[in-house]
Design a protein. Structure first.
Length: 278
């Protein structure tokens, strides 16, 4: 899989900002934007009025983080949004959204719900990149995130999503003491965008040891995807992985009986279908 083999759809303001950050790193990405606010879309550098790589689901300019209003608008236009997704030539789509906003979280929840109703007739692979809010956020944003989480994690909806990546705005990053919340979120976006972009250089760096087909196996596998920047000053791979996980901007994996195994020496280890190492 290469950069142009999938579509990145930024849903809402935060999702759009993250897709814009990723797309600016390489012209081969295929960004598309869904929002209730045309102003938000027009502020993005990769917004293209000629190619019309966007769709607004409301004649108003945003919903003010009101998830009820956002859901109502999304339900009115969900058929149009699915038509847009089906007409994209890419077979794999990444939906990118904040879980706590009013527009993006509503759009993704409604789209996933509609795909579930189609019972396998939607012929695209859907992956989700979800941005989790800082716990310092307002009660309204935290409640939005909780509602979105429950909607997407519903059993009938989970089967529509091939893989998940969760970005955690609660992680500690360098120099955060000198940043406000908005600056920290931008820094986390930049860090994730850099990690995500570098994945696609692994086949170039490794050749036959790790080719485009290997990368496709990892990116198209079901479950949670974790991308780690491994430090070089470590005595073992286990130590490097531990350090990488502790400094990652991704949400830590939730331990369940399905994704862990207990070894003979009573250690709990994660079950992983694919591991790519560059």
């Amino acid at each position: 899989m290469e950069r142009g083999d999938f579509a990145l759809i930024g849903c809402g303001g935060a999702g759009g900002n993250l897709v814009d950050t990723i797309a600016k790193q390489d012209a081969r990405y295929a960004p598309y934007y869904l929002n209730t606010s045309i102003t938000d879309i027009q502020s993005l550098e990769t917004y293209d009025d000629i190619a019309e790589n966007y769709y607004t689901i409301s004649t108003r300019n945003g919903v003010g983080r009101d998830k009820i209003k956002g859901t109502a608008y999304a339900k009115q236009r969900v058929s149009n949004m699915l038509d847009i997704m089906l007409k994209l030539h890419q077979d794999t789509i990444y939906l990118v959204t904040s879980f706590s906003g009013g527009s993006g979280s509503s759009i993704v929840s409604v789209i996933i719900d509609e795909i579930a109703k189609l019972q396998g007739q939607f012929n695209k692979t859907i992956n989700l990149i979800g941005i989790l809010p800082s716990l310092k956020s307002t009660d309204k944003l935290l409640n939005n995130a909780k509602t979105t989480w429950n909607e997407i994690m519903d059993n009938k909806h989970k089967s529509c999503i091939n893989s998940f990546i969760f970005i955690d705005n609660n992680v500690h990053i360098p120099n955060e003491e000198n940043m406000n919340e908005e600056e920290k979120e931008i820094a986390i976006n930049n860090e994730f965008a850099s990690l995500f972009n570098r994945i696609f250089d692994i086949p170039i760096d490794n050749g036959t040891k790790f080719d485009v087909g290997n990368l496709g196996n990892i990116l198209n596998d079901k479950g949670c995807l974790y991308i780690y920047d491994l430090p070089t000053d470590c005595t073992s791979f286990d130590v490097a992985m531990s350090k990488a996980e502790s400094t990652s901007v991704l949400c830590k994996m939730f331990r369940t009986t399905k994704n862990t195994v207990v070894t003979e020496d009573k250690k709990t280890k994660f079950v992983c279908n694919y591991l790519g190492l560059s």
